[in-house]
Design a protein around this ligand. Structure first.
Ligand SMILES: [Zn+2]
Length: 479
């Protein structure tokens, strides 16, 4: 090994050596005996171990043998409060699900905000944050209803990088009146959230405006959100064309698609990323490509509630940055990003009948570099390269479910699962190290968070009865 003279070696916080490194940068293939040097929360260098050894010495030295190092996954669409609804319903369409399952809980969340309480969001961020980090997600969107700026303390407690998105909606025939804030309240609250996010430790929490969907927003609110995003220099997120209902309604009432309607409002720009984007015409895709709009593709959610298949292959061919998202554990049930990657591949292949519709490497790109680009963070995260924030994951390659290796990328995308993730670093800090959370007792925190929410929902009559209980009730009625 070519170890340089000690005096020429620079000390860095962490040196990972001897690993299979997948930087996910354009033109840089897998580095077989690779190293990553991290200092001050950023990546200082990535390259062959011999090369980096000659230049750097780590205050912490990490043996990367039999490990793969990848950029942390970027979850471009997610709702933390819905993490408590895993396994709740699997027999409803989106519209029924929203009315029967989602809105009653949203009313409680917004009610807490009005009472200046923060616990629903707080425990959602703790429980969801643990879940996402265990899945190797180092940065996640949180599209949520009114919250106090205290939510930033919750992200800081768990350590995950987050983009906190305030949901805007004002059509009371769609959203229950008690869940709707006035326009001035929305933008006043957004101002407070932006200030608090800008002061977040190490800049780990960002803000974006979140337009719930074109159905549930008046033209006026969408135009104001667009203007505020420009003035405040923050991005803009929206659920777009998730349902055929939305598409048909706009065609009927406006004579144009939801995507074209938003263009007519001047809504689209480079700072927008749209979740779902399923019901798009060819012209709609051209619009998104022309304005540089990113897309958050949520294949598992779209399949589970029968929303349809987004034209991902065609969007990628148009140069649209498409990232991946879990969406919500109420309609996606787990946060495993390997599963999300391969589901994205399978869904495109079965709907296009094209075995090359998306390749394994493209899915991994969507989960990392392209995901960061879709949500306008590619200047900071998404790849392992000098100057980027040190958000990375360490995958254990010794587990039987992913070996033997024929193609590391394909083995990861098609055979790995979350349990293969050994360590997770955000901003140069190990949040999970060798399978264990560093900052806190994981089990105790989960018990506390889930205990609070279970008790709250029970008190409000919103706890989800198990199927066993439902089946029992049915039997009693029949008798
Ligand atoms: Zn969503």
């Amino acid at each position: 090994m070519a170890i340089g003279k000690g005096a020429e070696q620079r000390w860095v916080d962490t040196m990972i050596t001897g690993a299979l490194v997948l930087p996910m940068t354009k033109g840089v293939p897998l580095i077989e005996d690779g190293a990553v040097a991290v200092d001050g929360g950023r990546i200082v260098a990535v390259g062959p171990t011999d090369d980096l050894r000659s230049r750097y010495r780590g205050r912490q030295e990490v043996d990367g043998r039999k490990r793969a190092i990848l950029p942390g996954f970027v979850n471009t669409h997610f709702h933390f409060t819905q993490n408590f609804l895993k396994g709740s319903r699997d027999d409803v369409s989106l519209l029924d699900w929203i009315n029967q399952v989602s809105f009653p809980r949203i009313l409680e969340v917004v009610g807490q905000y009005r009472r200046r309480e923060a616990l629903y969001h707080h425990y959602s961020v703790l429980q969801g944050g643990i879940d996402l980090l265990r899945s190797g997600i180092t940065c996640s969107v949180n599209m949520e209803w009114a919250m106090l700026p205290d939510i930033v303390d919750s992200y800081e407690q768990v350590g995950i990088r987050a983009v906190n998105t305030l949901t805007l909606t004002d059509v009371t025939s769609w959203t229950p009146e008690d869940a709707v804030l006035s326009h001035d309240e929305y933008f006043g609250l957004a101002g407070e959230l932006i200030s608090r996010c800008r002061e977040s430790k190490d800049g780990r929490v960002g803000f974006a405006y979140g337009v719930a969907c074109p159905n549930s927003n008046t033209k006026e609110l969408m135009v104001r959100a667009r203007q505020h995003a420009t003035d405040d220099q923050v991005p803009l997120h929206i659920h777009l064309a998730e349902t055929r209902y939305e598409f048909d309604r706009f065609m009927e009432e406006q004579g144009q698609t939801p995507t074209a309607f938003l263009e007519s409002l001047g809504f689209w720009d480079r700072d927008v990323w749209a979740a779902h984007s399923i019901w798009l015409t060819e012209q709609d895709q051209d619009i998104l490509a022309r304005y540089g709009v990113g897309v958050a593709h949520n294949p598992k959610c779209n399949m589970k509630i029968s929303s349809g298949a987004a034209p991902v292959r065609d969007m990628l061919r148009r140069g649209i940055a498409v990232g991946l998202g879990v969406d919500s554990c109420a309609v996606s049930d787990n946060t495993d990003f390997f599963e999300t990657m391969r589901t994205a591949v399978f869904l495109q292949r079965v709907t296009t009948m094209d075995p090359e519709a998306i390749l394994g490497f493209e899915a991994l790109d969507m989960a990392t570099a392209m995901g960061a680009k879709a949500m306008k963070m590619d200047d900071r995260i998404g790849t392992l390269e000098e100057g980027k924030l040190a958000d990375l994951i360490v995958v254990d390659l010794t587990a039987v479910n992913i070996r033997p290796f024929n193609n590391l990328v394909n083995n990861l995308v098609f055979a790995a699962n979350s349990s293969n993730i050994r360590s997770v670093m955000v901003g140069g800090e190990w949040l999970i190290e060798n399978g264990k959370f560093v900052r806190f007792d994981e089990e105790a925190m989960l018990d506390e968070a889930e205990g609070y929410i279970a008790q709250l929902l029970k008190e409000k009559g919103l706890d989800v009865p198990s199927y066993f209980a439902i089946a029992q009730q049915g039997k009693e009625t029949d008798q």
